[in-house]
Design a protein around this ligand. Structure first.
Ligand code: ADP
Ligand code: MG
Length: 196
């Protein structure tokens, strides 16, 4: 979460710039507000288990982010955290299952599917690739985000633009790739399971 918060802080201006092309120019601000709250909540008392950390982080995102991305990312983390249960050690396999459930919850909440030019276009391939390795997940998320460029948005604010949404990378898919990269970094730094 610390690595994610730092990455979001570093990339906030870029995320907002992407959102200014096909949205309302607040995605970086939204993500920064959310992850600042996540960091503060964890500093004032880190829960004992990875699952509880994700649930707490998800709750912070839902309560502090005004935009669509807050409830969506919040739901992802809460559902994944609940799936992890109260284990103190999390293997990559269990994390993959938990994040898969979280991504399914995002699809259910937002009604989007692959190809709609949303965060799901980065998250879904990332979860599939996470079954192989953290590095594969990071690469799949990055490729998924880039693949949103030619897509026409069918969900969220960008869909109001119709065909004019094509030619721009989706801000949410871009932040999703950042978050998956943060996860891969945390694993490489000595997080759950093997770092590859
Ligand atoms: P808002 O659109 O309310 O201003 P943000 O700018 O923070 O919220 O987030 C926009 C991002 O949220 C989009 O780029 C997209 O990836 C994601 N998003 C929006 N609606 C949906 C949805 N229904 N399902 C999945 N992701 C969505
Ligand atoms: Mg926005």
């Amino acid at each position: 979460m610390d690595i994610a918060a730092d990455a979001v802080g570093r990339e906030a201006a870029h995320l907002t710039e992407l959102d200014s092309a096909i949205g309302d120019a607040d995605h970086g601000i939204n993500m920064q507000r959310g992850f600042t709250a996540v960091k503060a909540a964890l500093e004032s008392g880190t829960p004992d288990t990875p699952g509880a950390v994700l649930v707490l982080a998800g709750r912070q995102l839902i309560s502090t982010v005004g935009g669509a991305s807050g409830p969506l990312y919040g739901t992802l983390l809460r559902r994944a955290g609940k799936m992890l249960g109260d284990g103190t050690e999390v293997s990559r396999e269990r994390l993959t299952e938990a994040l898969r459930a979280g991504v399914e919850a995002v699809a259910q909440l937002g009604g989007a599917k692959a190809g709609d030019k949303t965060m799901l276009d980065a998250l879904e391939p990332a979860v599939v690739a996470l079954a192989k390795s953290f590095t594969a997940a990071r690469e799949a998320a990055e490729q998924g985000a880039v693949a949103t460029v030619p897509m026409v948005a069918r969900k969220g604010r960008a869909s109001y633009l119709g065909e004019r949404s094509a030619g721009h990378q989706d801000p949410g898919a871009t932040s999703a790739a950042l978050l998956i990269a943060a996860l891969a970094q945390a694993a490489a730094d000595g997080g759950p399971g093997e770092a590859s």
